[in-house]
Design a protein around this ligand. Structure first.
Ligand code: GLN
Length: 547
């Protein structure tokens, strides 16, 4: 830890005015730019809520739960950090007020505070700093995003901790970036800087003078507005950076580079680096600008109302689209709608591929089963993910094997005798819900010659999991006998990780979450294959519109 204190420089990203401005994208884009200069970057998220982690929250609260390789259930911004950079993220890179208090209270019970009164300052702030140092080990630059918005009561201890860090580590080792909104007021036909001024005032009132302001707006900020913001907020004009709305987030690193953000940061922190090597980002930008066609994918799930619930799936489809040179239009379809007696399966006809994503509970499961049946029978490229594999197994039991009594999951059918989706013994004994699922990276052996094997071009893979239930292997032979192959199995042979239907061009389901490992420069093999198949399917269906 003393190493980290001596060698690492810290950049804190806070947000003001409103939430959802994209602090995660700012942190990730800056991380990406600093990496192109040869620096080792760590990225972390500090969340002010009281849950120990987002694992127990519905995706409708904070969006999807991102799982790290070491099995931590974390904020979805960690997904952006991994997609934009090569940083190896772990449990240490995501922490919450809940975790901080948990640590402080257990120290108090151990008597570690030696009779002192335990207080927010200095004890909680000291714990926050300890977590920040732990998350930053080995990095040249550690970027820490503070969740929430400046002015929130619950964010105060975090802001106080990062204020102390500049004082303790010195000006050249700590940098503050503040992201605000510059709204366009249609009636006045003007971009307004007042909310930014107020947000910076709020931040300064707690002792933090931001070094760099990133201003989110509908269009690029004109120079005179940058000047005005600089004057009122006490920053240099070139340190007001414009973040205009973009159609594709992977253009942001270059947009920031064009405004010299990375140069300003390394100068402020007194670091000498090589020139940035941006060729990969330029290559991505070229692909973004030159799609050669389009495919439509239906995601049939249950959290379809909240944009961020399936964030990593959306990004993975985008990456696979860039690779296959097509734009991917995604429609989220509420699986509960498919359960209505008036629903017509033909409504899935326009899609070139269907995904049934992960999920919990049985709401909408029958709708998902109908979507799987449509994809299987109509030969539409299909990717089932986690619950999507479980539903595909249930559909197969019901419609192909005719084993109706097995066609269910113990998750919602607690009295089922031999359901096709069941619990392993280790999981049966568990009582606590938080952090107890099968979580993180597990190895999987692929069958040579299978569709999965062809997609990965590898024999052994490691993929990330987040589920409690598994395929019940008493049905393995019956499945195989009817043309469902288990092309990915755990090395001990006990867990069915990938299954694929032989009598179909591309029907693949996996028990893990492939979307957690896709990157724009390295699209995930299963998504890449799905989009390739979707292109093929489209060309067969509509030969005149070659994608
Ligand atoms: N609810 C299922 C389980 O716990 C699937 C979880 C998921 O899709 N992530 O096994």
């Amino acid at each position: 830890m003393s190493d980290t204190r001596q060698h690492t420089k810290f950049i804190f990203v806070t947000g003001g005015v409103v939430s959802s401005l994209g602090k995660g994208i700012v942190a990730s884009s800056l991380g990406a730019l600093l990496e192109t200069r040869g620096l080792r970057v760590a990225l972390s998220k500090a969340d002010p809520y009281l849950n120990i982690d987002p694992g127990t929250m519905s995706p409708t609260q904070h969006g999807e739960v991102f799982v790290t390789e070491d099995g931590a259930e974390t904020d979805l911004d960690l997904g952006h950090y991994e997609r934009f950079t090569h940083a190896q993220l772990s449990r240490a890179n995501s922490f919450t007020t809940g975790q901080v208090y948990d640590a402080v209270l257990s120290k108090e019970r151990n008597g570690d505070y030696l009779g002192g009164t335990v207080q927010v300052v200095p004890h909680v702030t000291a714990q926050i700093k300890e977590n920040i140092f732990r998350a930053s080990e080995g990095a040249d630059i550690s970027i820490i995003e503070i969740g929430g918005t400046v002015g929130d009561i619950e964010g105060l201890p975090f802001l106080e901790a990062i204020r102390q860090m500049r004082y303790e580590l010195g000006q050249a080792n700590v940098l503050y970036i503040h992201l605000t909104l510059v709204p366009y007021i249609a009636a006045a036909r003007e971009l307004k800087t007042k909310p930014t001024q107020h947000s910076v005032k709020e931040l300064r009132s707690i002792g933090i003078q931001p070094d760099i302001l990133v201003c989110r707006s509908e269009s690029l900020l004109p120079e005179e507005l940058k000047l005005k913001i600089a004057r009122f907020c006490n920053v240099a004009p070139n340190q007001v950076i414009s973040a205009e709305d973009v159609a594709n987030i992977y253009t942001m690193p270059l947009a920031f580079h064009a405004q010299k953000l990375d140069q300003i940061v390394v100068d402020a922190l007194g670091i000498w680096t090589r020139k940035p090597d941006l060729h990969e980002w330029h290559a991505i930008a070229r692909r973004i600008e030159n799609p050669k066609g389009q495919v439509k994918i239906a995601v049939v799930g249950k959290y379809t109302l909240v944009a961020d619930s399936y964030k990593s799936i959306e990004e993975s489809l985008l990456h696979a689209g860039l690779y296959n040179e097509v734009t991917v239009e995604i429609d989220y379809i509420d699986s509960a709608d498919l359960e209505s007696p008036t629903w017509d399966p033909q409504q899935l006809r326009p899609y070139h591929g269907i995904i049934v994503p992960g999920g919990f509970g049985n709401r909408g499961v029958n709708g998902k089963i109908r979507a799987v049946e449509f994809a299987r029978v109509e030969q539409v490229p299909f990717l089932g993910i986690c619950l999507g594999l479980q539903v595909a197994a249930i559909e197969f039991c019901r419609n192909v094997l005719g084993k109706t009594e097995a066609a269910t999951s113990l998750e919602w059918d607690m009295d089922a005798e031999k359901p096709v989706i069941t619990l392993m013994n280790e999981q049966r004994a568990l009582v606590k819900k938080g952090g107890t699922m099968r979580l993180g990276g597990y190895p999987c052996q692929l069958q040579a010659g299978s569709k999965a094997g062809a997609a990965y071009q590898q024999e052994q893979i490691t993929e990330r999991h987040r589920h409690r239930y598994e395929f019940n292997t008493i049905y393995k032979e019956a499945f195989e006998g009817s043309g469902m192959t288990f092309s990915g199995i755990s090395p001990d042979g006990k867990l069915m990780e990938i299954m694929e239907y032989d009598a179909h061009p591309w029907f693949v389901a996996c028990q893990f979450h492939p979307e957690l490992k896709s990157k724009p420069m390295k699209p995930h093999p299963l998504f890449r294959a799905l989009i390739q198949e979707a292109k093929r399917h489209k060309n067969e269906k509509e030969p005149s519109h070659v994608a």
